[in-house]
Design a protein around this ligand. Structure first.
Ligand code: GDP
Ligand code: IMO
Ligand code: MG
Length: 427
């Protein structure tokens, strides 16, 4: 039995899709446990690039079971589009399973996400406007619609009526927008329900049975540690728990089952959306990294803010998720930069902070303290052995390991499956 949780250690987009696809080869089951289609996970197989938002990145191995757990919020329209997208590209999706307890993103959630953001003006979060926050809000308020309700015509009709009464008041009276028509929404939902029905299961039972059979399960996190609702840079966060603990809640698996936690870390830092970012580079270097790394959002296409690698964040991610191994991605993007910087602490009002501050106000005032290391000029994208990496690249990784106290078990030097250097086993 092995249950490995894979998480993002920064503000998302660390390359979780690529590493999940890589590790999925050895797994029997791949499970998404939180978030929704705010995620954009890219998987490159040969000459083909796939972008996934909801379906686990293990789907490219037709014999693996892929599960969308109870902790995910599911937009049925997006799910169906994604099933069709994969189908059209020859990817088999019959091994997908969906938890009957997952909550549904309804059309009014999408509308409210956009309206709430607009009304916040310069205080906006910079959400993906996919209805994620409003759907989780209803879940916490105990008024949400679960997949099991969605599949029951009577339950759906009744819950939709109650919800729409309140949502339409909000939409029209607070935001001055057109109301939604009950009959239209119901009709659309009933159509989606039939398409989804064959995939729906008791996901926690399936996952635990799989583990009991001695099989291997990989939990694929979405977003990242600093977007975590409890541990991230609140309020500039998402509305779920991307940290490793989220896998237990969002999949219905006990903590004693988890054997390893893989933290995916990008060789530098990026952030989409608003909020403080101590190592952000607003100069030409930031632009250079954005262009070289192709740092534009997979979901929204927004340019990602770029900055140096921040080890204060990494130590924090190790602490809150119990990371046992790092998967280090996009090392190839740093080729050609003469001198690289790693942030090892923050300067705040004359003090030096080594731990990630709890207060957003403090974080916003922090100035990064850097260690500088020589870069390398060699192209890394064809390297398959660690020992073949330029010595400066090895030194960069070694210093990262010293500063975090955790080993880099996998190293990515390109988006492709074969552009992955393995230094140890995860499964
Ligand atoms: P995720 O949300 O964590 O799955 O990451 P995204 O897919 O949003 O963004 C990561 C991007 O970097 C994708 O375009 C990947 O194909 C790409 N990528 C992943 N690993 C590497 C790598 O080691 N080198 C390069 N150059 N690109 C990578
Ligand atoms: P993956 O899984 C990067 C960010 C949004 C915004 C904040 C809240 O691809 O790493 P939300 O729509 O979730 O309410 O937006 O979270 N965000 C992400 N940033 N990668 C993601 O997912 C993200 N999912 C949400 O930009 O700042
Ligand atoms: Mg992404």
């Amino acid at each position: 039995m092995a249950a490995v949780v894979l998480i993002g250690t920064q503000w998302g987009d660390e390359g979780k899709g690529k590493i999940t696809d890589f590790l999925a080869e050895k797994a029997d089951m791949v499970v998404r446990y939180q978030g929704g289609n705010n995620a954009g996970h890219t998987v490159v197989i040969g000459k083909e690039t796939f972008k996934l938002h909801l379906i686990p990145s293990g789907i490219f191995y037709s014999e693996k079971v892929c599960v969308i757990g109870n902790g995910v919020v599911i937009d049925p329209k997006v799910l169906i589009e994604e099933l069709d997208y994969l189908d059209n590209r020859g990817v088999k999706t019959s091994n997908l399973k969906i938890s009957s307890s997952a909550h549904v993103i309804m059309p009014y959630h999408r509308i409210l996400d956009a309206l709430e953001e607009e009304s916040k003006g310069d205080k906006k979060i910079g959400t993906t406007k996919r209805g994620i926050g409003p759907a989780y809000k209803d879940k916490a308020s105990r008024t949400g619609i679960r997949i099991s309700d969605f599949l029951d015509k009577e339950d759906l009709a009744a819950k939709l009526q109650d919800n729409l009464k309140e949502k339409n008041l909000l939409i029209t009276k607070i935001y001055g927008h057109e109301p939604l028509k009950y009959e239209d929404v119901l009709e659309e939902c009933l159509m989606y329900a039939e398409r989804i029905r064959p995939y729906v299961v008791d996901a926690s039972l399936e996952i635990n049975n799989c583990l009991a059979d001695g099989k291997k399960v990989l939990f694929e996190g979405a977003q990242g540690t600093l977007l975590d609702l409890d541990h991230g840079t609140y309020p500039y966060v998402t509305s779920s728990n991307p940290i490793a603990g989220g896998a237990c809640v969002g999949a219905g698996v006990g903590p004693t089952r988890i054997s390893k936690v893989v933290g995916v870390v990008k060789a530098y830092t990026t952030r989409v959306g608003e909020g403080p970012f101590p190592t952000e580079l607003t100069c030409q270097m930031g632009e250079l990294i954005r262009e070289k790394g192709g740092e534009y959002g997979t979901t929204t296409g927004r340019p990602r803010r770029c900055g140096w690698l921040d080890v204060v964040i990494m130590r924090y991610a190790v602490r809150v998720s119990g990371i046992s191994d790092f998967a280090f991605t996009k090392l190839d993007v740093l080729t050609g930069i003469e001198s690289l910087k790693i942030c090892t602490g923050y300067r705040y009002q004359g003090q030096i902070l080594r731990e990630f501050p709890q207060s957003l106000k403090v974080l916003a005032e922090c100035e990064a303290i850097y260690e500088e290391m020589p870069g390398w000029q060699e192209d890394l994208t064809g390297i398959t052995e660690y020992a073949q990496l330029p010595v400066q690249a090895q030194n960069y990784i070694q210093r990262f390991e010293e500063l975090t106290g955790v080993s880099v078990t996998m190293l990515a030097v390109g988006p492709g499956r074969d552009q992955t250097i393995v230094r140890g086993d995860i499964f």
